[in-house]
Ligand binder design. Structure first.
Ligand SMILES: Nc1ncnc2c1ncn2[C@@H]1O[C@H](COP(=O)(O)OP(=O)(O)OP(=O)(O)O)[C@@H](O)[C@H]1O
Length: 355
């Protein structure tokens, strides 16, 4: 039994439910003989991966859906052995080079070189090139980005890259300028409502519009999250009711609890306990940027408008450090300490004014 997010993931460009004009343009692109490197970017759960798989299917036919998982091994110049999981078909290979952290450069270079130099398994494949899908490229180190740029130029004859990223801001201009950019913005609330109702209809369920609307709003326009929440609602209670409880992911509730703790008491003890909580989230694989952004948005809910402005500008600074530094916990914790200081000072100043 598969989850609705997998079961109802559209498999053809013509079946994509939103950004339809873009899907049509992509179809035209795949029909031309030549095909550029692509950079598909947009927020999490907006449908990047789905669109990429549809492009591949259009290029190579249903064979790209026969996927296998493989572990690839690499050796760094200092003879350290690296292992990384890949998903591939006879026509393409998908890899997330940031899985190997600071060694991402080795993986990027070796992988592209190997793929470009090996023969296509299926010699009747309709294309002369293979596709390498690299995900989360905005997490690549600068070194790896430079290597990527050089390698993509060198092997353009035999392989094409499809890069996927949440935003282009951390990519070097050299990479951006060598790819055709495809922006997949988050679907609107109305689009999400329609998709949720479509999914439920295909399951033979009746989803009240009001509940679909509430789920869409709670999902933060992340379609994956919306569909997962909708399925969780079904497990919790069916027939649906318009005002039933919408289960939210554990990590979100956990971050909300951290934010409450920080706003209740600003002290060394709270900071120490928050450090433990942040470690807990990191250990469970919640991405640093998600932890940071959710925490900031929860914290500013408790802030007066002037304080909010200060907090947001500080958050921008710490987020920048988080993205460029290695130890996420330092920057997360430093931000919490800064928030506590600003919040406490604000309270003291305003209470002082009141007297
Ligand atoms: N056009 C669409 N119509 C209906 N459902 C869609 C569409 N695009 C995506 N979905 C659904 O949304 C879910 C999330 O999409 P996808 O995995 O493509 O997002 P993503 O942008 O790659 O996310 P991330 O960056 O977090 O990996 C999919 O599992 C699929 O069920």
């Amino acid at each position: 039994m598969s989850l609705w997010v997998d079961k109802y993931r559209p498999k053809d460009l013509s079946k994509l439910d939103y950004h339809k004009d873009q899907a049509e343009n992509l179809k035209k692109l795949t029909q031309r003989g030549d095909f550029p490197h692509l950079l598909v970017y947009g927020p999490s759960g907006a449908g990047k991966k789905t669109r990429i798989m549809c492009i591949l299917k259009d290029l190579y036919g249903p064979g790209v859906e026969r996927l296998r998982m493989e572990q690839l091994n690499f050796t760094t110049p200092s003879k350290k052995k690296l292992e990384i999981m890949t998903v591939s078909s006879n026509y393409h290979i998908e890899i997330n080079p940031s899985d190997v952290g600071i060694y991402d450069r080795v993986v990027v270079m070796d992988l592209i070189k190997n793929v470009a130099q090996t023969q296509q398994l299926d010699v009747n494949g309709q294309r002369e090139f293979k596709v390498i899908v690299l995900t989360d490229v905005d997490d690549l180190s600068k070194d790896a980005q430079h290597a990527l740029r050089r390698t993509m130029e060198k092997y353009i004859a035999n392989c094409r890259l499809i890069l996927s990223a949440n935003s282009t801001s951390r990519l070097t201009p050299a990479i951006r300028s060598r790819c055709l950019g495809i922006r997949v913005s988050a679907p609107t609330i109305t689009e999400i409502v329609t998709i949720l109702q479509g999914v439920c209809k295909r399951e033979g369920l009746n989803l009240p519009t009001e509940l679909a609307q509430r789920i869409a709003e709670k999902s933060n326009r992340n379609l994956r999250r919306a569909i997962l929440m909708c399925e969780a609602c079904k497990v919790e209670q069916y027939p649906f009711s318009a005002n039933q409880n919408i289960a939210e992911p554990d990590w979100l509730l956990f971050i909300r609890a951290i934010a409450r703790k920080i706003s209740q008491e600003q002290s060394i003890n709270t900071l120490a306990s928050v450090r433990g909580d942040l470690y807990e989230l990191i250990i469970h694989g919640i991405p640093n940027t998600i932890i940071f952004q959710t925490l900031v948005s929860e914290l500013v809910k408790n802030c007066d408008i002037t304080l909010k402005a200060t907090i947001i500008s500080q958050a921008a600074l710490f987020e920048h450090r988080l993205q460029h530094g290695n130890k996420a916990i330092f920057h997360l914790e430093a931000f919490v300490a800064k928030y506590m200081y600003l919040y406490k000072k604000f309270l003291e100043d305003t209470i002082g004014d009141a007297f």
